[in-house]
Design a protein around this ligand. Structure first.
Ligand code: AMP
Length: 282
């Protein structure tokens, strides 16, 4: 199937209205493009829960900090459209920045508390940018279902929070992280890695797995396992570890002791100029 491409709200609304008139359930997969197999696994999940699938591609400037990688973020629309067509996606919605954020745009959706933890400490404003653009996408498309990756675990928790609080009528589906053969979580940002960095990058997942195994096997304090994990990453060539944290899998509240309820290990660390994130269940 040739995926239709639209960039205007009027065309988007017309297509969505036609689907609605036919009684179709609409699935949305929001992305920033530079699509990979992880994104396509989200498309598959959307397909399983909806009659028609829309993938949005929008490199959202509001979720990048002033010194972050907005300018160099990979933009590969022609290739993305090929992949979406192969995946039988009905529609790709790729609006221009000035359409999403006109010059007089003023409103932000903030989710305090959860947004201040972990990545939020290092990327102030990031989750407000995510919540703001997704609120706009949810209002423009009104999908019955929206699909997100557990790769961005904190992001998914933030989204669940504002969708619940604002009573946005959309069902949220989280999809497990798709990984390369060596365990590295697939990410558009992996394209930044040099060959030697790429060879080292899988250490992030391996380190999380080792820490999780330790936490499952030992009672007492969790901090020793987290400190050890940080040391292992630094010894393995990572330049800076923003955080390695153990938290409640649902609330993301930090845990100081090995968990008795479902928990998650979250990490963000730098290889050269590339910031990698990953997470696993404990
Ligand atoms: P992005 O384009 O990086 O903003 O990601 C768009 C969506 O794809 C988000 O919901 C991500 O969590 C999800 N995603 C990114 N990488 C992966 C992956 N390796 N496995 C599963 N989902 C992913």
């Amino acid at each position: 199937m040739q995926t239709a491409l639209t960039s205007t709200v009027s065309d988007l609304r017309a297509r969505v209205a036609a689907w609605r008139a036919e009684g179709k359930r609409i699935g949305l997969v929001p992305t920033m493009g530079a699509l990979h197999a992880g994104h396509l696994s989200l498309v598959e999940a959307a397909r399983a829960h909806a009659d028609v699938v829309t993938v949005s591609i929008f490199v959202n400037p509001r979720q990048f900090g002033p010194n972050e990688d907005l300018a160099r973020y990979p933009r590969t629309l022609a290739r993305d459209m090929e992949l979406l067509s192969q995946a039988n996606v009905e529609l790709c919605y790729a609006p221009p920045v000035e359409d999403v954020y006109p010059a007089d745009f003023a409103t932000e959706v903030h989710v305090p508390g959860i947004s201040a933890l972990y990545c939020g400490q290092f990327r102030p404003g990031h989750f407000a940018g995510v919540a703001t653009v997704l609120t706009k996408l949810f209002l423009r498309i009104a999908p019955e279902v929206a699909v997100f990756g557990e790769k961005d675990y904190q992001q998914l928790a933030v989204i669940r929070t504002f969708v619940r609080d604002l009573e946005i009528p959309v069902e949220l589906i989280g999809v497990p992280t798709l990984r390369e053969a060596d365990g590295l979580a697939m990410s558009s940002r992996n394209a930044y890695l040099s060959a030697p960095e790429r060879a080292r990058a899988a250490l992030l997942y391996a380190t999380l797995q080792a820490a999780a195994a330790h936490l499952r096997a030992h009672t007492g304090q969790a901090q020793a396992a987290l400190d050890r994990a940080t040391q292992d990453l630094l010894a393995g060539g990572f330049g800076k570890v923003d955080y390695i944290a153990l938290c409640d899998a649902r609330t993301l509240a930090p845990l100081t002791a090995p968990p008795t309820a479902p928990a998650r290990l979250l990490a963000a660390a730098w290889l050269g100029t590339t910031r990698l994130i990953d997470n696993i269940s404990v």
